[in-house]
Design a protein. Structure first.
Length: 139
């Protein structure tokens, strides 16, 4: 019997998000230059996870990375960034204690967003980000 569970993931913009916009993040023009970084260990405070604008590999232990396409849309004075196409991490039978997920540019490694869980979340089988999942909206 297969059991599916959803976990709440709330992406927060990195401290340098708007400073790096159109420097390291080109969402309207480059759709496939991003990746999720899944970590089984990281501090709860984002400033302790970063070395400048990139993940500090001494403070964040990466389980795996997963390419993700992002889509920028604009209508009625609202701009959104969403997932473009289903994005699936096939975990398999292994159990991982997921502590944080980071969204970064593959070309610059600059972190644009993150979600750090207060307590680790056990994941196995698949982690799925559905097509159209809203990451951010700007008014």
């Amino acid at each position: 019997m297969s059991v599916s569970e959803s976990i709440f993931i709330d992406f927060t913009r990195s401290p340098s998000f708007f400073d790096r916009w159109n420097v390291d993040f080109f969402i309207p023009s480059v759709r496939n230059d991003y990746e999720f970084v899944f970590a089984d260990y990281c501090p709860n405070n984002i400033s302790e996870c970063l070395d400048g604008n990139v993940l500090d590999s001494e403070m964040v232990h990466t389980i795996t990375t997963l390419s993700v396409n992002l889509k920028w849309e604009s209508s009625d004075n609202v701009q959104t960034v969403s997932i473009d196409g289903d994005t699936v991490w096939n975990v398999g039978d292994t159990h991982y204690n997921l502590k944080g997920i980071f969204l970064r540019s593959k070309s610059t490694n600059c972190v644009m967003g993150y979600s750090i869980f207060p307590n680790s979340v056990d994941v196995t089988n698949k982690v799925i980000f559905d097509d159209g999942l809203l990451v951010w909206s700007f008014i």
